[in-house]
Design a protein around this ligand. Structure first.
Ligand SMILES: Cc1ncc(COP(=O)(O)O)c(C=O)c1O
Length: 375
């Protein structure tokens, strides 16, 4: 921190990129097999092995992966998908891409994930699927949500884009018998610059999803035979190369995030008006550091003050149903989801990345404490 109390040079997020990423990217470039090559298969195999699934299908983004999973589950016009509004907009957009409507279920105020009772209450005769979201790396109530889906004959797709390696009752996200999606944007626990991946065990569904990723090509791999209406949602081998290198260092990256989160949790607990992130019985995969401010505090004014002191901070996450597009298209107004809205208006994302130092965490928390005391 400078003598005038301004903090400089701490980014919100920063991927760890080293020689190994460069080496493997160069290997792909030198090989001239830039797409549908061996690096892609290597990434998929290594990922499936790490998580413990029969299949891992890499694609161009987490959004693309979610869209394909819902499409492959038969979701389409006239159907409804139940999901969380306390998520990144892509969770709901993926359902809209299929032509279906979205119904948002309220969340649990501790975990910020969907409340199973609210999900069950949101079911209508049009409901086709439940799209579980594991927000901020903390696993949703998967067994309860799966039981509801089974009882009502609904498909389940899991948006675990923020939760690579998270686990519920010791079982990793992706191994629960329905397709689960991880995301690899540059702020994620593992990045491929842009990218996503579907984890699943079902051989037949894996065949369909692979084909959908690659223009609906025939399952026997015949060149230029398209047996279904597919997409180009492929991941290139250049992106996969970054992913292979990141997988090799993923344990270190996760340990780095957990270490930084530990420093934050300790310091934030001592700042009046701030609630540290929830630590419950499940394994959180640390994605963001976003503590909650008391309802009496003007969160947006705090963010302006933090930014003025050089600390990057963001209102994260805004609820999906109050995004301009959702309000205009579906007529949502504030008050529709009080729990979600209260969380969305009180959480603040602070700088968070695996190589953040204890001094940097101290600097951020010092400014946060000053800003709150000066109100
Ligand atoms: C919860 C959630 N779902 C979906 C996505 C979409 O992933 P992508 O940006 O790879 O399309 C993200 C990405 O930030 C996310 O956080």
């Amino acid at each position: 921190m400078r003598s005038d109390g301004v903090v400089r040079g701490i980014p919100m997020a920063r991927p760890v990129i080293g020689d190994r990423e460069k080496e493997l990217v160069m290997q792909v470039l030198d090989s001239r097999q830039l797409s549908l090559g061996p690096m892609l298969t290597r990434f998929e195999r290594a990922f499936a092995e790490r998580i413990g699934t029969r299949h891992a299908i890499a694609c161009s983004s987490g959004t693309a992966a979610l869209h394909m999973c819902l499409h492959a589950a038969g979701v389409g016009p006239g159907d409804e998908v139940i999901t969380s509004s306390f998520s990144f907009v892509a969770s709901a957009n993926a359902a809209l891409f299929t032509g279906a409507d979205v119904r948002f279920a309220e969340v649990d105020p501790r975990t910020f994930n969907m409340d199973p009772a609210a999900v069950e209450a949101a079911i209508t005769p049009r409901t086709k699927a439940i799209e579980i979201v594991d927000i901020f790396g903390y696993p949703a109530e998967i067994p309860a949500l799966k039981a509801i889906a089974e009882k009502h004959g609904l498909a389940v797709v899991e948006d675990a884009c923020q939760s690579i390696d998270g686990a519920y009752d010791g079982r990793k996200l992706g191994t629960w018998g329905h397709p689960a999606v991880y995301g690899f944007y540059a702020n994620k626990q593992l990045t491929t610059a842009e990218g996503g991946l579907i984890l699943l065990d079902d051989d037949e569904l894996a065949r369909v999803l692979s084909s959908l990723t690659n223009q609906g090509r025939s399952d026997d791999g015949a060149w230029l035979v398209h047996s279904r209406l597919g997409f180009n949602y492929r991941m290139s081998d250049v992106h996969a190369a970054i992913g292979v290198a990141q997988l090799e260092r993923l344990d270190d990256l996760q340990a780095g995030r957990a270490r930084v989160a530990g420093w934050y949790q300790q310091r934030v607990a001592g700042i009046e008006g701030v609630t540290p992130m929830y630590e419950g019985p499940q394994v959180r995969s640390w994605f963001v550091y976003a503590p909650r401010l008391d309802a009496s505090i003007d969160r947006d004014a705090v963010i302006v003050a933090l930014n003025a002191r050089g600390v990057q901070a963001k209102p994260y996450l805004p609820s999906i149903h109050l995004q301009p597009f959702y309000r205009e298209r579906f007529g949502y107004e504030p008050g529709h989801l009080p729990v979600t809205e209260a969380i969305a208006s009180s959480t603040v994302a602070l700088p968070f990345f695996p190589e953040m130092t204890e001094e940097q965490v101290d600097a951020v928390c010092g400014v946060l404490k000053d800003v709150l005391a000066a109100r």
